[in-house]
Design a protein around this ligand. Structure first.
Ligand code: HEM
Length: 124
């Protein structure tokens, strides 16, 4: 099994990911630095997309191993004016959400590293 596949299981699978995304989104909506990006009326749609994306990113059961995740991330954010400081804030919330959902520090760190790597690998 690939490293990504192991990560999905180590995080705790679908149940934990659902909780991670819920906490992640709540934190984004509450943070004055980034909340303008995340209007509450879009939350349900965005959380569903983030759940699918994180499952794919961590090698979940329906993940397409050939998917170009960096290209998908670039397309998803093409119309959003994101500065580097926003990225640190959002990644910080992702780390905190993983911990809050019960993921261990070391696994959370690996997930954050995968997300950061894909983020900075995207073309924009
Ligand atoms: C590790 C970094 C990130 C990941 C993994 C991530 C993940 C995602 C995913 C999966 C979507 C939905 C894509 C879709 O299916 O259309 C999305 C949308 C979005 N993300 Fe991110 N994101 C990241 C960083 C950021 C940052 C730094 C910001 C800005 C502060 C941001 C703001 C948004 C917004 C506003 C949308 C909605 C875009 C739209 O449809 O208009 N994201 N993100």
């Amino acid at each position: 099994m690939s490293n990504r596949g192991r990560l999905y299981a180590e995080v705790g699978g679908e149940a934990t990911l659902t909780e991670v995304v819920r906490v992640f989104h709540a934190r984004l909506e509450a943070d004055p630095d980034v909340q303008h990006f995340f209007p509450p009326e879009r939350a349900d749609d965005l959380m569903a997309r983030q759940r699918r994306y994180f499952a794919a990113m961590l090698g979940g059961p329906h993940a397409d191993p050939d998917a170009d995740l960096a290209a998908e991330l670039a397309a998803a954010h093409a119309s959003v004016a994101i500065e580097d400081r926003h990225v640190s804030v959002v990644v910080g919330h992702l780390r905190a959400a993983l911990i809050e959902a019960g993921v261990s520090d070391s696994v959370a760190e690996r997930v954050v590293n995968v997300a950061s790597r894909i983020w900075w690998a995207r073309r924009w």
